[in-house]
Unconditional design. Structure first.
Length: 169
């Protein structure tokens, strides 16, 4: 892995790959990635800041470009910012417990996305109801799929995230 000995190259490569994977998964599952009852499968990747800081810009850019597909300016701005905030919070919790990794994206999205749905897409459902539906989708994507992904990636941590071997992420 000589090409990845340069930390900047590794960081940019990881961020770009995470962004690309996020976009592909979001668009592949577009019918369930947007709307009142959404399970954005790509949100399982929001556990990646547990392993590397490169996931923070990778997830943000992935969400930003995926939200352009929805074409609501508020979603492009605030949906992407929700992902950025959640990724930063997940990164900040990385030394506490791996089981906390999905909590920020679940909570942040449940609090922010209902307002995007209301004011960006004109969804008329009550905000608390939308918080519940978005939160439920996030629990599936982040809490279930994300933790399963985290468990699998832990086995390959040294290979996939070499800068995180000694806690240097």
């Amino acid at each position: 892995m000589k090409s990845f000995q340069n930390p900047k190259v590794l960081f940019i490569t990881q961020a770009a790959m995470i962004s690309a994977i996020y976009i592909v998964i979001t668009l592949l599952f577009a019918p369930i990635s947007y709307g009142l009852f959404q399970v954005r499968i790509s949100e399982m990747l929001t556990i990646l800041p547990f392993f590397t800081f490169a996931a923070v810009p990778g997830l943000f850019v992935g969400a930003l470009l995926s939200n352009i597909y929805g074409m609501a300016p508020l979603d492009i701005i605030f949906g992407s910012l929700a992902t950025l905030i959640a990724a930063l919070l997940t990164y900040s919790l990385r030394k506490k417990s791996k089981y906390l990794a999905p909590v920020p994206p679940i909570v942040v999205n449940a609090l922010i996305i209902p307002f995007v749905l209301r004011y960006g897409y004109g969804v008329e459902a009550p905000i608390p109801f939308m918080m519940a539906t978005v939160g439920a989708g996030q629990i599936i994507a982040c809490g279930i799929l994300g933790l399963a992904l985290l468990k699998v990636l832990e086995k390959y941590r040294a290979t996939l995230f070499p800068s995180s071997r000694n806690g240097n992420t």
